[in-house]
Design a binder for this molecule. Structure first.
Ligand code: FAD
Length: 442
């Protein structure tokens, strides 16, 4: 029995405000269970008290003003595909679900203006029909919303060319503050850094403008190599070659490719595999490059089949972990930044220390313009202590860890949190937006 249930129903109606226990439970979870640590901590958390399935900005502002006056926590949600429990309402209250705000407002030359609940797959399809495409998107693009990606993700397919969310991949955002009278802010430039990867703690994004690139005809390849190190060197050379247009370079150590059952017939055993997306016209150049590292192109999906069949990107980024977990439920993962100048040495040291308890899966990407070997290694989970032993060892040899086993922004290691904390004090003075996700003295 909630003291405010009747009032909010009167304000928004039961088409928007939902109290059904099953819906509340479902929309109070995300994909935190990829982490055994988060799964233990979050699986029994009480669901939100109510869910607001808002349809427009007016309703967003009404929910925020209502929650402010009753001191109710509000946790915003897109599709709930985040992995860090970001969308879990730790202190109950209202889940503000934006999935109905799914309009593409405008596709212009080089940009798309979007309501935050629109799915990335829909944007990509519409943009491609207009001769353009999204610059970067996560491997969950079919379900994930653009607002959820900007507020809870980091990078993905396309990041090898365009970098991550902080590299000019968000142009403008409309933000609502959590105040007695919520303000509608239009944010651009450096100020966007207070909202990118903020887990909805500094404001609610209702609209976002992202840049688009000209449409490219992408061929998808699986390139195989006798050793993982050769596959990494090939990846580095391909990443560095600016004459070859590319969207994805994802080297996988054996036996990770054996988890990709839909490709079982085309993947050769006991070899490393690199999932690649390149402009179709560049195929002969990539073939020569692969051969120079003793590799061969084992499988090609031609550009006219792009997005019509299962694609190579469905096995990359955190989808690699998904396929791993399907095969062995004790697998989990880490997120790591290796150094370009010494990644082979760092890889050898980790192998020497942990053997096949850690399996390498890299994503070559650009970070502030520089080529970076980003790694999402699979780890056979033994205990929390052991997991942190691996993390501490990696850090001791200069491998930066972005810990995916925490929902606390400060501990995940992304973004500029100091400025975000200052912004939170201004935009959310009662600390009601997704409480617990940012450590911020109010
Ligand atoms: P949600 O999970 O709903 O929300 C994410 C966070 O943002 C939450 O804290 C939420 O409160 C907040 N939020 C949502 N909407 C708003 C808004 N409008 N305003 C303010 N805050 C908001 N991520 C990557 O970056 N790259 C990847 O390649 C990638 N691969 C993945 C693969 C798998 C198999 C899985 C399960 C996850 C992967 N992810 C990846 C994580 C996640 O899928 C993406 O970041 C996705 O873009 C999140 O979108 P969403 O709509 O599901 O967001």
């Amino acid at each position: 029995d909630l003291s405010w249930e009747h009032d909010i129903l009167e304000l928004l109606g039961k088409d928007v405000m939902v109290f059904d226990p099953e819906i509340r439970a479902k929309l109070s979870k995300d994909y935190y269970w990829y982490s055994p640590v988060l799964d233990r901590q979050l699986k029994d958390i009480k669901a939100a008290d109510g869910v607001a399935l808002v349809r427009n900005e007016t309703e967003v502002a009404a929910v925020l003003a209502f929650a402010y006056s009753f001191t109710i926590p509000v946790t915003v949600r897109g599709a709930g595909t985040g992995n860090y429990g970001q969308a879990v309402p730790l202190q109950g209250g209202i889940v503000l679900d934006l999935s109905r705000m799914d309009q593409i407002i405008e596709i212009g030359e080089g940009y798309a203006r979007l309501q935050c609940g629109v799915k990335l797959g829909t944007i990509e399809k519409t943009a491609r029909e207009a001769g353009q495409e999204i610059r970067i998107y996560p491997s969950t693009y079919v379900k994930a919303t653009v607002g959820g990606f900007v507020s809870g993700g980091s990078g993905g397919i396309g990041s090898i060319t365009y970098g991550n969310l902080w590299d000019g991949n968000v142009l403008e955002a409309v933000i609502y503050t959590m105040e007695e009278v919520p303000q509608r802010l239009v944010v651009k430039g450096r100020d966007l850094f207070d909202y990118i990867h903020n887990y909805g703690t500094t404001g609610i994004m209702t609209e976002v403008t992202i840049p688009l690139a000209p449409r490219t005809e992408w061929a998808q390849l699986i390139v195989q190599f006798p050793s993982f190190e050769q596959s990494m060197l090939f990846g580095e050379a391909l990443a560095a070659d600016e004459t070859i247009q590319k969207r994805l370079i994802s080297p996988m150590e054996w036996p990770i490719p054996s988890y990709f059952t839909p490709f079982a017939k085309v993947i050769k055993p006991d070899m490393a595999a690199v999932m690649v997306e390149i402009a179709e016209a560049m195929l002969p150049m990539v073939d020569v490059l692969a051969q120079s590292f003793d590799g061969h192109i084992g499988h090609v999906i031609e550009a006219d089949k792009y997005r019509r069949t299962i694609g190579v990107s469905d096995f990359t980024w955190n989808h690699t972990t998904l396929w791993g977990m399907k095969s062995d439920s004790t697998l989990t993962y880490l997120q790591a930044g290796f150094q370009l100048s010494s990644y082979l040495e760092q890889m050898r040291m980790i192998k020497q220390q942990f053997g096949d308890e850690v399996l390498f899966h890299f994503e070559w990407m650009r970070n502030s313009g520089a080529i970076t070997p980003t790694c999402l290694p699979l780890v056979f989970y033994k205990s929390e202590e052991r997991l942190y032993e691996i993390i501490h060892y990696c850090e001791s040899i200069g491998v930066k860890i972005f810990d995916p086993h925490t929902w606390v922004l400060e501990n995940g290691g992304r973004g500029e949190v100091g400025s975000m904390q200052r912004r939170k004090r201004l935009n959310d003075p009662q600390g009601l937006l997704n409480p617990g996700k940012i450590i911020c003295e109010m």
